[in-house]
Design a protein around this ligand. Sequence first.
Ligand code: NDP
Ligand code: OXD
Length: 314
Amino acid sequence: MTLLIALGSGDPNPWVKEFTALLPDRPTVKLGDSYEPASIEFAMTWYHPAGSLAHYPNLKAVFSMGAGVDHLFRDTALPDVPVARVVDPDLTNRMSEYVVLHALSILRQTRRYREQQKHLQWIDDDWQPAAAEVRVGVMGLGVLGSDAAQKLKHIGFDVAGWSRSAKSIDGIQCFAGDDALPAFLARTDILVVLLPLTDATRGIVNRPLLKGLARDGRVPAPSLINAGRGNLHVETDILECLTDGTLHEAVLDVFQTEPLPEASPLWTHPRVTMTPHNASVSDPLAVARAIAAQIRRFEKGEALLNTVSRTRGY
Ligand code: NDP
Ligand code: OXD
């Protein structure tokens, strides 16, 4: 009944300590320790080295340390056991804070006024649409996207969302499936990306998609906020779209390569706001408690919560 901590980077020792306290009757070990492979029944991972979970004959379940599971499914030798992810109200709230903050910042032109202040410029023109006149489109109406969409609506934005399957959320115009994507984009002034990274979504935020955003809005041009995954977007396309006016601003928390290489022009682009993949950081104690509770559930014969589909990739 041993839990294995399998991290690709970072210090696993605080996690070992935390789980030892939460599950005192079960040993917790980390990759590289000496243990009997047959003793490993559960693994908690974050970007574990590919193949490193392949040799545990009694592995019963794998837990992602975060909400995303793309880091797990890139391992082609991942054992065929249930995979569960983190769903945590604190994580959801933090993501919605990020999305609302940056949508408001785009609406209220924070970037422009910061520049004006830097140059001691008092330019008070009358271009100030109300939130209700600005259409936000949220790609991904899952745990994070649906919460963000509702909070944006509460602020007053005109909000729509897009997902794979049909949804009904009070006050939010819901679009579903590939066929509905053009109509969703055509009514979007601020695009928020909260999709998981899967075979179907990799590179989806590219130049043709950005070209499909609304051209008739109360904003100079549409803007992008991506807090999902970096490989959902194509950075060269975003840069091109910022240059030719297809996009007004881009707010990026996630990048195709992380940390973002120093040579990337995104670092210094005047209309890019970037954060280091921390739009929503899970509280480690909350994550450990949730996974410990999942293990206890599993051992009582109860179904795991927040499992993902290997076929869909999320
Ligand atoms: P969920 O699994 O709850 O939601 C995913 C949403 O995306 C669902 O609405 C789903 O549709 C939709 N979707 C998936 N594939 C497609 C597709 N091909 N076409 C249209 N819609 C699709 O995930 P969460 O909301 O919990 O998290 C989303 C992502 O956010 C995570 O996977 C992770 O990558 C990222 N994240 C980033 C963090 C950060 O700090 N930057 C922190 C935490 C998460 P349907 O509802 O029909 O299934
Ligand atoms: C996650 C993340 O998926 O932090 O939880 O990106």
